[in-house]
Design a protein around this ligand. Sequence first.
Ligand code: UD1
Ligand code: UDP
Length: 386
Amino acid sequence: MDNPRAMVRWTSIVGARPQFIKLAPICRAIAAHNQAGHLPKIEHSIIHTGQHYDSAMAELFFVELGIPEPAYNLRAGSGTHAEQLARMTERLEPVLAREWIDRVIVYGDTNSTLAGALVAARLEIPAAHVEAGCRSHNWSMPEEQNRVITDHLCGVLLAPCRTAVKNLAREGIGGARDPRKRKVALVGDVMFDALLANLAVAEVCAELNMRRLGLVAGQYYLLTLHRSENTNKSERLASILSAVEDLPLPVVFPVHPRTLRIAKELNLNLDGGNIRAIAPVGYLDMLVLTKYARKILTDSGGVQKEAFYLGVPCVTLREETEWPETVEAGANRLAGIDRAAILAAVEQPAADFRRKASPFGQGKASELVVAELLRGHAEDRRHAAD
Ligand code: UD1
Ligand code: UDP
């Protein structure tokens, strides 16, 4: 019989919009564990790298999703990848070195993820990766580099789907033959948990939001566009916009600040034709905009999955995806950036994918993450006692 320590200390490192959404259900699951009086009690703190800093990209999500205040904000801000990573790692190191931390948790695939995993590894703090094993197999993407390196740095890999587990196995991570005995656990997608926890609340805001934007359910498209491979090449950005402008229904477009900045620099109009460019919206508004859209056009990772969960067909403005299950289910078409291909993909009737079983779990991923990490502590103690 285990004699669990009375308390363990975990630290989540986040910094960009999708990470706040992934963090929220983990905070809830930790709170539920503590409220139930289970041992060990989890003392959980948050380090915000400050990669995203506009209120609409960061603070808004803490407020909407009830995420506890970060213990630290490293204010890393924007810059080149090297500048951003350097500021994050430099500022993170003394914080992690100073605190007594049993486990660091990193999320997704941003520069904040990589910085957290790297500093934890150098300080020999056990680290867990939420959304481990996802691969686009496009090594030129900064996110792909971040994911692969993060997975190889972390000891606990929390995979959202079977494909991710297979990707890790292919890289020698997990299983009996892994010399480092890293733990791979299939937990499902924490973003599904977030969606299920917030949809009903979001629906209450629906009418207000739609009316303000002049949108009618089922009679508009939703566009998001921010990936560096699309925004940093003017011909790709221009090609996407030229297709979307010509769609037959209004296209609501919450514009990511990266895209806004680049469009201004290139003198590109984000508001042409049927496009209605708006400021980035909060998570609740985003769920509603997604749910009632005719189709989604996006290069976002998270938005592809949310479209799938909400039963809305998606056209992905990329050549590949980390979420092949959505394509296999007939929910998602990879259109790339060619104008004719985008228009054809939007016009094509969608397959009926709504009744298919979710390959991303049952909306209990965050509880499974907490259980898996607690099991890790128990195993550590057993090894120490051997
Ligand atoms: C980052 C992630 C990307 C993720 C996205 C989520 C990396 C390499 N990329 O991309 O994987 O999909 O977050 O949204 O980590 N900016 C602002 N205000 C902000 C934040 C950013 O104006 O609050 C502008 C700045 O001009 C900045 C640019 O957006 O240079 C890009 O920000 P950055 O954090 O470097 O990358 P993202 O494109 O947001
Ligand atoms: N999102 C949001 N407001 C927006 C655009 C996106 O709340 O204006 C949410 C979206 O619902 C999803 C997450 O942000 O939960 C996706 O983040 P993003 O597209 O920035 O990054 P990615 O998932 O591509 O890494």
